[in-house]
Design a protein around this ligand. Structure first.
Ligand SMILES: NC(=O)c1ccc[n+]([C@@H]2O[C@H](COP(=O)([O-])OP(=O)(O)OC[C@H]3O[C@@H](n4cnc5c(N)ncnc54)[C@H](O)[C@@H]3O)[C@@H](O)[C@H]2O)c1
Length: 339
């Protein structure tokens, strides 16, 4: 008789709720979570997927495909159109589903439409998720949607709410690698500051390269390249993708979600930080009470903002411009009585 391989020692499954599961990010993200890319090869995952009723059937189709991938780590996948059920027992909640901006829609209308999604989802997380729930908001406007969800989950520690700026971080990393010739894994010290929007500030002032790397390090001192090419290209990369691909970023957004939660769950590598949208308490002069992107490390499942980095005057001005935009968004949802 043939002897099979010894079964792997597996941990308890992690329950992950993903909203907007029938959308294009969902399609790129769910197989990666189920494959083990997010929590490693020894941690099974149970997926709970939330969709609007009209898209439930499509999400069920995605579940059929997940089944057909025969992922050894997938401990189950269920689709719901009810937030209370979808967030029940969630250890991680990834909020992707959002209302896109439609032609003629004012910013206040967009914020109000999304508040109608993120306020009840915050409440459902507060009531039904696991005690240790950790939340990542992806749906745009991600920073302010995170603020709305967090404001409706008073029993969840506020640092368990984050907004995705890892895609901006990865985009900037890729552009630095391209310009200098270094590998993306040979570059540290990059920070995205501010809003996940075209006002964001990708800051290379603290960038370091791995010892012995063959790279054009001086290129990062080229202020003209930074201001005229690098910063606008990173900040407007979403538009570039739409122009070229004919659809918005999905594979790269899913990749950034995997990176964000992977580092949150398992820790950022020693000596490195990444970029995370976190609720400000005035760190680096960012006004209190907005979700801004900061440099952050993850230890034991908690994000900590990296302290004491020096900011040049021009960097300060750019960070202020982006956080002014966040304050305006916050004030707009406050005027609607939502936070
Ligand atoms: N933060 C980032 O870096 C980043 C990057 C890329 C995209 N995004 C944003 O992510 C969001 C999703 O992008 P996509 O390309 O997958 O969009 P998509 O339109 O393909 O999919 C969105 C899905 O969300 C669902 N949905 C809408 N309202 C919902 C609700 N109340 N509950 C559950 N599901 C709901 C829709 O039915 C749809 O299936 C957009 O807001 C997009 O702007 C953010």
């Amino acid at each position: 008789m043939m002897q099979g391989a010894a079964p792997r020692q597996r941990r308890e499954p992690v329950t992950v709720t993903v909203t907007g599961a029938a959308g294009q990010i969902g399609y790129a993200l769910l197989p990666r979570i189920a494959s083990g890319a997010m929590f490693g090869p020894d941690t099974p995952v149970r997926l709970r997927l939330l969709e609007i009723p009209a898209a439930v059937r499509v999400a069920e189709g995605v579940v059929l495909e997940l089944e057909d991938c025969a992922f050894p780590l997938l401990a189950g996948a269920d689709v719901f159109d009810d937030a209370a059920q979808a967030f029940s027992g969630a250890n991680y909640a990834i909020l992707v589903g959002a209302r896109p901006r439609q032609a003629g829609m004012e910013r206040a209308d967009l914020l109000a439409a999304n508040a109608g999604i993120f306020a009840p989802q915050g409440e459902a997380i507060n009531e039904h998720a696991a005690q240790d729930v950790r939340v990542l908001v992806v749906g745009n406007p991600a920073n302010t949607n995170a603020l709305i969800a967090q404001a409706h989950a008073p029993d969840v520690p506020e640092r368990r709410f984050t907004a995705l700026t890892r895609l901006d971080h990865n985009r900037a990393l890729a552009q630095i690698a391209r310009r200098t010739g270094a590998g993306t894994d040979e570059i540290t010290g990059l920070t995205i500051w501010g809003n996940h929007s075209s006002t964001q500030f990708p800051d290379v002032s603290q960038v370091r390269f791995a010892a012995g790397v063959q790279a054009d390090i001086a290129a990062l001192q080229d202020r003209q390249w930074l201001e005229d090419e690098f910063i606008p290209r990173v900040a407007k990369r979403g538009t570039e993708i739409i122009d070229v691909r004919g659809a918005s970023s999905a594979a790269s957004a899913a990749g950034a979600v995997v990176d964000h939660i992977h580092d949150w769950a398992l820790g950022t590598p020693a000596g490195e930080w990444t970029s995370v949208g976190l609720l400000s308490h005035g760190e680096y002069g960012v006004p209190e009470g907005v979700f801004s992107s900061f440099p952050a490390i993850s230890r034991a499942g908690d994000w900590q903002i990296v302290p004491d980095l020096e900011l040049e005057d021009w960097a300060r001005a750019r960070i202020d411009a982006s956080t002014d935009e966040l304050v305006a968004e916050r004030d707009a949802v406050r005027a609607l009585g939502l936070v």
